[in-house]
Every structure is written in structure tokens, then in C-alpha cells.
Design a protein around this ligand. Structure first.
Ligand code: PLP
Length: 376
């Protein structure tokens, strides 16, 4: 529940700001903070940025010099995919649009019915393309929460002389994310999915890999990303890094509540489908169908009941269209258009989910179950 009484179940779109993060940002807001200035305000700003870098490096277990701050995960994904000199770029069919649209001529790597990359097919593609390719793989999917075997894919890719970029935006704060254990050469994280501010994201880079800057101008961020740093948002990202342990601890409760929801819905509607049910998934995400009830009808009914969630994926146009993720998983259009994404986070409570479950049953009873019995 957030303070206007709405139950918020759309954390994979964005999360409410955590109070500790808000306090850290408020403390520095309003100051003339440009870290490139050499006067006292500038020096203070530089200290704040470098402190946030250290806070982040500590939880990601990398060195501070490996971290570049930017304004969004979209920017970082574009920076890497358009900035690395590579022979060929390979991406999963289920990647976020910030990857797919950054490299429209990329080679697509297929996923199975659970949305997990087919490692054998990926290896066959890697064997075909010239050495020096770049593979982009998300750690967890934003629509289904399905977790990819990133380490295994990295091992295969490295055998064929390819580099790997991992978009860990949805995974950070939900499952443990340690850069060196992931095996990737680049990793994108973002602060606003877990309770940090919009406006700050970070790239972690392995040693000595040159990337052509996307934004050119000043020499900020080691000449990698021009533009005055968003000090307040970066402070928020650093403060968020310090809350990651607590976020992860809360995930265990979310996993339990999510599993209870799945069982309760199956009992009410045996035809209900859980997307990616056979794969490892994020504990906070549930992508489910409500038989015979379109996502639009569900969205409207949940909204009227004061529950905010998403149909498949939050589209930037605000329009619900068939999800490319579910299509890649081989889900037929009729089923895909009844899918909803429930995503929880740091402020979600068991009571929120109980209310959601009751509303789900009510909507199904009113709009879906009657159609099943009429058809029978
Ligand atoms: N990557 C993934 C997996 C995402 O889910 C998102 C946002 O939903 C992004 C990248 C882009 O993040 P942003 O919109 O904050 O730039």
C-alpha cells in the first residue's frame, strides 16, 4: 500500500522511493553541486559522487574505477551496444526494447517455452559468427521475472571470443548480483526499480575494454559520459546500494506470498497459466493469465478497485499490445492478451496481496468464469 491508499504492484515499472534514500537525497538537494567545479561546492559534489561510487562498488563487488554513472539504464544499454567495436551483436529475443531497438540488425537468440535462452542454439550461432562478437543477455526478464543462465552463456561466448553485456536492471536487489560471479564483461544496473530515484543508473565494465562514448562533450566520468552529473540522483543510488541487503531479505517473504497466490488462483481457475513456470524466476514477479478476461478489462477493474499493476509490460505509449516476450515463448495471441504482470517490492505487504487475491477472484467470477460455464 502506498500513502494514497492504492495497492501498488508495479515495481518492475518503477518503485516508490525508499525513505532512507529520500533522506539522503533531501540532505543534498538544492545545492549548487557541479563536481567539475573547483570551489568548495564543487569539491563537496565530487566527494558525494565518489562516495556513492564506493557504496555501489562495495555491494556489486567491483572496483570504483569500473563504475560509470549515467542517467538511465536505457542510456547505458545504448552506450554499450552502440559503443563497442564488435563484429556482430547477438541478443535474446526477450530483451528489453532499450536493447532490441538500440541494435535493430542484431542476430536473435531464441528462448524456450519458459523464456530461457536455448544454450545449444546460442552456441551454434556463436560458432557461425566471426570472433569478436558481443552478446547482450538480461539477467532477469522485466515481464516474466525469468532468470537467464548468464554464467553459462558467458562461458560459451568467451570460448568463441565474444564479449557479454548483461542487463541486470530487474535483478538487482531481488536476487544477489555480484559482478565478478556473473562472468559478464559489462553490466547495467538501475536504481529506480528497487526504491532508488529515477535519473541514476550505472555501468560496470570489466578491465580494459574500450567503449566509444554515446554522449560527447565534457570529460565527465573518465571521458566516458559527457554531461554534468546528476549529483542528487547519484547520491540516491549510493544510498539505495546500502539498502540492498534489506531488499534481498524481504524477497524471501515475497517469494512465499507469490507462491501462495499462484496456488490460490490455480484452485479458482485451473486453466490459469503462469508464464515461465518451469524456470527460475525473480521472487517478486508473477505473470499470469486470467482465462477469458482481456488484460484491458482486468486493468480497468483493478484500477477501479485501487490496485495498480501492468498488462504484460508497461508500454511507453500507454497502449497494451501483444508482448514480444510472450510471443518469443510461443504463447498464442489469445492467451497472451489475458496476461497480467504483478510485481512487488520493498513496501509490499501480505495484506496487499490478500486484497489483490480477493479482487482477482471477484473479477474472474464476474468476467471470466461465467464465460467458461456458458461455453460448457
Ligand atoms: N532493462 C530492463 C530489463 C528494464 O526492465 C528496463 C525498464 O523497464 C530498462 C532496461 C530501461 O530502464 P529505464 O527505462 O529506467 O531506462
Amino acid at each position: 500500500m502506498i500513502n494514497n491508499g492504492t495497492i501498488y504492484l508495479d515495481y518492475n515499472a518503477t518503485a516508490p522511493l525508499q525513505p532512507e534514500v529520500k533522506a539522503a537525497m533531501t540532505a543534498v538537494m538544492g545545492m549548487p553541486h557541479n563536481p567539475s567545479s573547483i570551489h568548495s561546492f564543487g569539491r563537496e559534489a565530487r566527494k558525494l559522487v565518489e562516495n556513492a561510487r564506493l557504496q555501489l562498488a562495495t555491494v556489486l563487488e567491483c572496483e570504483t574505477k569500473q563504475i560509470m554513472f549515467a542517467g538511465s539504464a536505457t542510456e547505458i544499454n545504448n552506450h554499450i551496444l552502440r559503443g563497442v567495436e564488435s563484429m556482430r551483436i547477438l541478443v535474446l529475443e526477450t530483451e528489453h526494447p532499450s536493447v532490441l531497438k538500440a541494435v535493430p540488425d542484431a542476430v536473435m537468440l531464441p528462448v524456450d517455452a519458459d523464456g530461457v535462452v536455448d544454450l545449444q542454439k546460442a552456441e551454434a550461432v556463436l560458432a557461425e559468427v566471426p570472433r569478436g562478437a558481443l552478446v547482450s543477455v538480461m539477467l532477469a526478464n522485466n515481464e516474466t521475472g525469468v532468470i537467464q543462465p548468464v554464467k553459462q552463456l558467458c562461458d560459451i561466448a568467451h570460448n568463441y571470443g565474444a564479449l557479454v553485456h548483461c542487463d541486470a536492471v530487474q535483478a538487482w536487489g531481488r536476487i544477489p548480483v555480484v559482478f565478478t560471479q556473473l562472468g559478464a564483461d559489462f553490466m547495467t544496473i538501475s536504481s529506480h526499480k528497487v526504491g532508488g530515484p529515477v535519473g541514476a543508473a550505472a555501468l560496470v565494465t570489466g578491465p580494459c575494454i574500450p567503449v566509444k562514448p554515446l554522449l560527447k562533450g565534457g570529460g565527465q566520468e573518465g571521458n566516458q559520459r559527457a554531461g554534468t552529473e546528476n549529483v542528487v540522483a547519484i547520491v540516491g543510488l549510493g544510498a539505495m546500494a546500502q539498502q540492498i541487503g534489506e531488499s534481498l531479505a524481504h524477497m524471501e517473504s515475497l517469494r512465499e506470498w507469490r507462491d501462495q497466490l499462484e496456488s490460490a488462483f490455480k484452485a479458482i481457475a485451473p486453466d490459469m497459466r503462469v508464464m515461465g513456470a518451469g524456470a527460475k524466476r525473480l521472487p517478486n514477479t508473477l505473470n499470469i493469465t486470467m482465462p477469458n478476461v482481456s488484460s484491458e478489462i482486468q486493468l480497468m477493474n483493478f484500477d477501479l478497485a485501487g490496485i495498480a499493476l501492468s498488462a504484460g509490460s508497461a508500454c511507453s505509449s500507454g497502449k497494451v499490445s501483444v508482448s514480444h516476450v510472450l510471443t518469443a515463448m510461443g504463447v498464442d495471441k489469445n492467451t497472451a492478451t489475458t496476461a497480467m504482470r504483478v510485481s512487488m517490492g520493498w513496501a509490499s505487504t501480505e495484506r496487499d496481496l490478500e486484497t489483490f487475491a480477493k479482487e482477482w477472484a471477484r473479477i474472474y467470477e464476474r468476467c471470466g468464469a461465467s464465460r467458461v460455464s456458458n461455453a460448457a
